[in-house]
Design a protein around this ligand. Structure first.
Ligand code: NAD
Length: 504
């Protein structure tokens, strides 16, 4: 008998897992407290084996109409009258139900995106913490009283918009659902969510698990393609607030649609975030931190540090350390214990990343690690890609300016502090950044001068519950994850009451 190859094992593992995960699963829309679908479907694919997982309802403008109508009725008839405490109880009860189904949701997320199981679980746990955070802080979100003298009583009310339309990407499906839906619902809005067509499973299942917990119509999910269901949602006159996470080109379209209806828009877009290694940095630590900053989630993170700017004096030492660390990020079966890097999430992603490796070579950057689109895994299936490192990158090259969204690192050298800051800011994006230094003044000066919504000093991916996250420049508008996010889902009303003379 021959020894099973990696391919045999992974195929068997995944066939079993898909059967288990989908035995009782119907991925339709979730509208007005029930599943609905009218026939048209598409498939979602497991990227580790390139096999279909299940079919998904393909929504269109009619489904969006139904979802917006359900969300509107739920807002007008019930949700707008609830107190923050009542909404908090609803959200907590739903979160407890999601926590009871953590294993099921984790498996769906891993199969749908290719995330290693352990990471999928951590991300889902954080999503639940986001729900709980918003349910808690929304209770302290309040208006104010404005002193205007004895003859007037002036106060502000913080009121929800009504129906929030939320469009999500595929790279952190349930996490970002926690960011957006947790805030919108807790602030008193009802929601119509359009998950990515590439990763709809966990969100749809989470919505199903709100059955008999959230009032019907408070949370609605319409599956489908961006140009169909997504555009119908952004164009819909019944949507009072739009929140979009995804690419810059689609973000522009969403913003234009918002402009037509004068609908406020939150945009969380892409990045080309720098990680700056100053000459006094702890080089080992900087290498490990910046490796996880790019290779976590197979490089498919909006805030991935996809450009390393390293001082010329420590370039060689840093590159040696970085390559050694990068080699440890070995692609493997996302369902197997110990895997740190799964496949890219779908075929076009794989092609896009491969193309960028060709572009880097043609532009004259030096490929010093990886570049192999099959990641050495002997399979025609599965969208694996090995950790890839380009040295000698010029910041003007396309690989340094464009979001590759894969496990590809670009190393750029600088000569002094001023050049480091100039290079860090010389991209259209401004989402995140990292700084490695042991000097407090350098750290704080750089933090002030880098144009990005987040600066992480001697760490990377230092976000989390309660810490505002969002972009400068083309990386977006608005903040998520913090208590300010509630302001994105509420509007302020001033009430001015003229006071009569007191009764004598
Ligand atoms: P994408 O822009 O292709 O799609 C995002 C969503 O928009 C999907 O649900 C898609 O169906 C929908 N969509 C597509 N065309 C549409 C249209 N015309 N009208 C309305 N909706 C439409 O992005 P993606 O490939 O899913 O995600 C990757 C991008 O998301 C990257 O650029 C990444 O940096 C960004 N991202 C940003 C953050 C952040 O917080 N800043 C977080 C995660 C991902």
């Amino acid at each position: 008998m021959s020894t099973p190859t990696f391919t045999d094992t992974i195929d068997e593992n995944h066939a079993d897992a898909i059967e288990r995960a989908t035995a009782d699963l119907a991925i339709e829309h979730w509208i007005d407290g029930r599943s609905s679908a009218d026939g048209e479907t598409f498939e979602t694919v497991d990227p580790a084996v390139a096999d279909p997982i299940t079919t998904v309802a393909r929504g269109d403008a009619d489904d969006i109409d139904s979802a917006v109508a359900a969300a509107r009725s739920a807002f007008d008839e019930e949700w707008r009258e609830t107190t923050p405490q009542e909404r908090s109880q609803y959200v907590h009860e739903w979160t407890a139900e999601l926590r009871d189904h953590l294993d099921e949701l984790t498996l769906l997320e891993s199969l749908d995106t290719g995330k290693p199981l352990a990471y999928a679980r951590d991300e889902l746990t954080e999503a639940l913490e986001q729900f709980e955070y918003y349910a808690a802080v929304a209770q302290a979100h309040e208006g104010s009283q404005l002193p205007q003298g004895a003859d007037n009583h002036v106060y502000t009310r913080s009121e929800p918009y009504g129906v929030a339309g939320q469009i999500l990407p595929w790279n952190y499906p349930l996490s970002l659902f926690g960011w957006k839906t947790g805030a919108a619902l807790s602030a008193g809005n009802t929601v119509v969510c359009k998950p990515s067509e590439e990763a709809p499973l966990s969100i749809t299942r989470a919505a199903q698990l709100s059955e008999n917990i959230l009032p019907d119509g408070v949370l609605n999910v319409v599956n489908g393609y961006g140009e169909e269901a997504g555009a119908a949602l952004t164009d819909h006159a019944g949507v009072d607030k739009l929140s979009f996470t995804g690419s810059v080109p689609v973000g522009r379209e969403v913003m234009a649609a918002g402009a037509d209806q004068i609908t406020p828009v939150t945009l969380e877009l892409g990045g080309k975030s720098p990680y700056v290694v100053f000459p006094d940095a702890d080089i080992e630590q900087a290498a490990e931190t910046s490796a996880s900053g790019i290779f976590y989630n197979t490089g498919q993170s909006c805030d991935a540090c996809s450009r390393i700017l390293v001082h010329e004096d420590v370039h060689d030492e840093f590159v040696d350390a970085f390559v050694e660390t990068a080699e440890a990020w070995e692609p493997g079966d996302p369902l197997a214990d110990g895997t740190t890097m799964g496949p890219l999430t779908f075929d076009d992603q794989h092609e896009k990343v491969s193309n960028y490796v060709d572009v880097g070579r043609e532009e004259g950057a030096e490929l010093i690690l990886g570049g192999d689109g099959s990641a050495g895994i002997e399979s025609d299936d599965g969208y694996f890609f090995e950790p890839t490192v380009f040295d000698d990158v010029d910041n003007d090259m396309r690989i340094a300016q464009e979001e590759i969204f894969g496990p590809v690192q670009c190393i750029i050298t600088f000569a002094d502090y001023e050049e480091a800051i100039e290079l860090a800011n010389d991209v259209e994006y401004g989402l995140a950044s990292g700084v490695a230094t042991q000097d407090a003044s350098t750290a704080h000066r750089a933090a002030a001068e880098i144009e990005a919504g987040s600066v992480w000093i001697n760490e990377y991916h230092g976000g989390g519950v309660g810490i505002p996250f969002g972009g400068y420049k083309a990386s977006g508008i608005g903040r998520e994850c913090g208590k300010d996010t509630l302001d994105e889902y509420t509007r302020t009303k001033s009430v001015n009451v003229a006071l009569d003379d007191p009764l004598s």
